[in-house]
Structure formats: structure tokens, C-alpha cells
Design a protein around this ligand. Structure first.
Ligand SMILES: Cc1cc2nc3c(=O)[nH]c(=O)nc-3n(C[C@H](O)[C@H](O)[C@H](O)COP(=O)(O)OP(=O)(O)OC[C@H]3O[C@@H](n4cnc5c(N)ncnc54)[C@H](O)[C@@H]3O)c2cc1C
Ligand code: SF4
Ligand code: SF4
Length: 372
């Protein structure tokens, strides 16, 4: 069983070790944890010995074998892409209104379709206020469109699930990064064995992610170069571009990644998941084919949703070329291996000493397999 502690241990293990990614899973659960400009903080002390804040956190005592058994009915095997039925190329279909998506619009199209078909009643998405990514609980296609495009900063998106539960929603869709989808998987395990537990999540759409930026550090860097209130969208095109590209009211601004990368929170370097392995479907860019996505179908629910969306021309899919698939697997395997080396170096994995807690637990034979 996953070990669950309380807010005191959350502060020691996550905040004091600078591991918090500001995912929002502990925000809006109680009056104490709040997020401001991407940073989560505890406003008042709390002495609960076990709390949902610790149980949901994707940076504290995450037992990947237990999660995998719960979500997939299979042990965690450390394979680069996780549990996966099919990998396709995809983009929004003819019946979806043209708007500005990050890539092919697969994410927005699937969420709109799930809302229209009643699979979900609401979705936890990420909007932007100025440069700040903010959590948004949405219920209409127009609101989904408004949240489209990537904000390449860590975002407290998951607080929208907690808000949604308080408002009585029982079928919530969520779009998030791999760390966020790990937290969502932990929410669904009912880690505190609550008798009245209801799984509030009806659809999980994961994003690919290698790293995110710290908003509070990005703001001053961008403010030196442009008026951040004029930013319309941002992109980090695949290699060899090596740039962050900002569309502003007065045109494009390009910033070399060498200036941006120092703003990656250290906690991204202990993150072993590139493709949101605990999701119904995962979506990323399609390298070399702008306007398209890479789509990983993982669950039966995800497969059925994609099939119906294609039939109704909400989504369009094509075969994924073998070469792209190999490249994707290699990138995901590299991220896992690098993360494990950092976790081992920082003694944040599989600690066995009494009373010593850790960030991640992975069966030792799987650790060896990942380290190749
Ligand atoms: C921090 C970050 C890093 C990423 N890194 C990679 C990568 O390394 N490789 C890759 O292939 N793809 C990466 N992506 C995913 C990629 O940018 C696109 O989001 C994805 O391809 C979906 O495209 P789309 O056109 O279907 O999205 P759209 O239809 O435009 O929808 C985008 C969705 O992303 C959600 N979103 C936006 N910002 C955030 C955020 N900060 N946190 C959580 N959810 C958010 C919105 O709610 C929206 O639903 C990253 C995304 C983010 C947010
Ligand atoms: S749950 Fe998310 S926001 Fe809360 S401490 Fe953990 S990483 Fe930070
Ligand atoms: S690299 Fe991992 S920890 Fe960092 S934002 Fe992406 S999913 Fe979260």
C-alpha cells in the first residue's frame, strides 16, 4: 500500500526539498494550501497525521507499481511509453471549429466531444491570466476553445478537480502533464480508504512533457524583452529550432532555449514520465509535421472515444510512421533513465531505512531494467 502521511511531512519531503511542481492537487482541498503565480504554499499549520494533500502529491511516496496495478491491472514494467494500445497521428476533424490550437487540436476536440456526448460534465483545464497559467473548470465548448494552446509553465490545474468535486460534479475530464496525471491516478486509488469515496474523474487526457518553466522566474526574464501583456501564444517547436517562440500583438519574439532552460524547476529532473502514462489517451506534438499530434491510446475508454470521434468527423487519425514511433520511445526511455539516475543520486527512490520517506518507489528489478 502507498504510505500516506500528513501536511507536516508534505512540507518536509516536498517543499523543503524543493520538489513541488505546483500541480494544484493539494490546493482547494482545505483552506490551508494556496497557489500564487505557480507556487503552492501552506498558509496555516495543520497537524493531521494523514491527509489527501500528501496522498495525492506526485512528488511524495509515489508507488508506481501500486498505481499501475490499480489503473491498468498490470505491474509497473518501466517500458518507455507505459501501457499503450496504439500510437497514431491525429488532428481535429472537419466538424470542429477552426481556432488556434497548440498543434493539431486533438486535445480540445476530444474534450469538446466528451462534453457534448455526456461522457464528462465538466473539464479541468488550463487558462492564462496575463502570463500566469490558471486552473479553469469548464462546461462548454467555447470555454474549452478559450483554454486551448500550451502554457509552458507549471500550472495548478488540478485544483479545478477539487473545486468541481465541491460543486457536486461526479464526471470530470482532466487535461494535464504527466506529473498532474500521476496525482490524478493517486486521487482515484482512494488512498485514505474513505467509505464514501467517489471517483470524480471520468476522462484523463495526458500531455507529453519533458519540462515546464517556473512562472515567477519567467516573468522578469520576458519583461526585459517585451511587454508581457501583449503575448498571444507561446510555442517551443521541436529540435532543431532550439527556441521559445512568442506571438505578440506586434509580431514574433524568439528566445534561445539556452536562456530559458535555467528556469526549469529541479523537480522536473526527477520526473520519469514523458508521455502521461496514467491517462486514457496521451497527446503530444508530431515532430516534423506541424498541425498534427502524436496520439497514444491507452485504455478501452480512450479507444472507444477516439473511434466515435473519428466516425463523427471530430477527429482525424493516420498511421504513425515506424521511424517517429522509435524516436518517441527513445526520448521517453532517455527521460526515464536520466530521472532515475537523479533520483538515486539524491536518495529519493526506494529508501528502506525506518522513518525515511522518498519521492518514488519502483521495484528494484524494474529500476535495473530502466538503467539498461
Ligand atoms: C508544460 C508543457 C510541456 C510540454 N512538452 C511537450 C514535449 O516535450 N513534447 C511534446 O510533444 N509535447 C509537449 N507538450 C504538449 C504540446 O505542447 C501540446 O499540448 C499537445 O501536443 C496537444 O496539442 P493540441 O493542439 O491537441 O492542444 P490544444 O487543443 O491546443 O489544447 C491544449 C491543452 O493543454 C492544456 N494546457 C495548456 N497549458 C497547460 C499546462 N501548463 N499544464 C497543464 N495543461 C495545460 C489546456 O488546458 C488545453 O486543454 C507540452 C505541453 C505543456 C503544457
Ligand atoms: S500536490 Fe502538487 S502543488 Fe501540492 S505539494 Fe505536491 S506537487 Fe506541490
Ligand atoms: S517534467 Fe515532469 S514534473 Fe516537470 S512539468 Fe513535466 S510532467 Fe511535471
Amino acid at each position: 500500500m502507498q504510505q500516506v502521511f500528513g501536511p507536516k511531512e508534505l512540507l518536509e519531503d516536498v517543499f523543503q526539498n524543493d520538489l513541488c511542481i505546483g500541480c494544484g492537487a493539494c490546493v482547494e482541498l482545505c483552506p490551508y494550501f494556496k497557489n500564487y503565480q505557480g507556487k503552492t504554499a501552506q498558509l496555516f499549520p495543520c497537524d493531521l497525521s494523514q491527509g489527501r494533500c500528501y496522498a495525492y502529491c506526485p512528488k511524495a511516496e509515489v508507488n508506481l507499481n501500486e498505481l499501475s496495478n490499480h489503473i491498468w491491472g498490470l505491474p509497473y514494467d518501466g517500458s518507455p511509453l507505459g501501457n499503450c494500445r496504439k500510437v497514431l497521428a491525429s488532428r481535429a476533424g472537419k466538424k470542429i471549429k477552426e481556432t488556434s490550437y497548440q498543434a493539431g487540436g486533438t486535445v480540445s476536440a476530444l474534450i469538446i466531444y466528451a462534453l457534448k456526448k455526456g461522457l464528462i460534465e465538466a473539464a479541468a483545464l488550463t487558462d492564462r491570466e496575463g502570463l500566469n497559467p490558471v486552473a479553469r473548470l469548464v462546461t462548454s465548448p467555447d470555454e474549452v476553445m478559450k483554454c486551448s494552446t500550451s502554457k509552458f509553465m507549471a500550472s495548478p490545474t488540478l485544483s479545478a478537480i477539487n473545486t468541481g468535486m465541491r460543486e457536486g460534479y461526479t464526471r470530470i475530464g482532466v487535461v494535464g502533464t504527466p506529473c498532474q496525471l500521476t496525482a490524478v491516478a493517486q486521487m482515484r486509488v482512494n488512498p485514505l480508504d474513505q467509505e464514501d469515496f467517489v471517483d470524480p474523474v471520468a476522462l484523463t487526457v495526458g500531455l507529453f512533457c519533458n519540462w515546464a518553466l517556473d512562472t515567477r522566474q519567467l516573468m522578469p526574464l520576458l519583461s526585459e524583452k517585451l511587454d508581457i501583456s501583449t503575448i498571444q501564444s507561446m510555442d517551443i517547436p521541436p529540435p532543431p529550432a532550439n527556441m521559445m517562440v512568442l506571438e505578440t500583438d506586434s509580431g514574433k519574439v524568439e528566445i534561445p532555449l539556452s536562456e530559458i532552460k535555467p528556469l526549469i524547476p529541479h523537480t522536473c529532473f526527477i520526473c520519469p514520465d514523458m508521455t502521461s502514462e496514467f491517462s486514457d489517451v496521451s497527446v503530444g506534438m508530431f515532430e516534423g509535421r506541424p498541425g498534427w499530434n502524436t496520439l497514444i491510446i491507452r485504455s478501452q475508454k480512450g479507444a472507444a472515444l477516439v473511434e466515435k470521434a473519428c466516425k463523427d468527423e471530430i477527429l482525424e487519425t493516420e498511421k504513425m510512421p515506424e521511424e517517429n514511433l522509435n524516436h518517441l520511445s527513445k526520448a521517453a526511455a532517455d527521460k526515464k533513465e536520466n530521472a532515475l539516475r537523479t533520483l538515486i543520486r539524491r536518495e529519493l527512490i526506494n529508501t528502506e531505512k525506518k522513518n525515511q520517506r522518498c519521492a518514488v518507489r519502483i521495484p528494484p528489478e524494474v529500476v535495473q531494467k530502466i538503467l539498461r
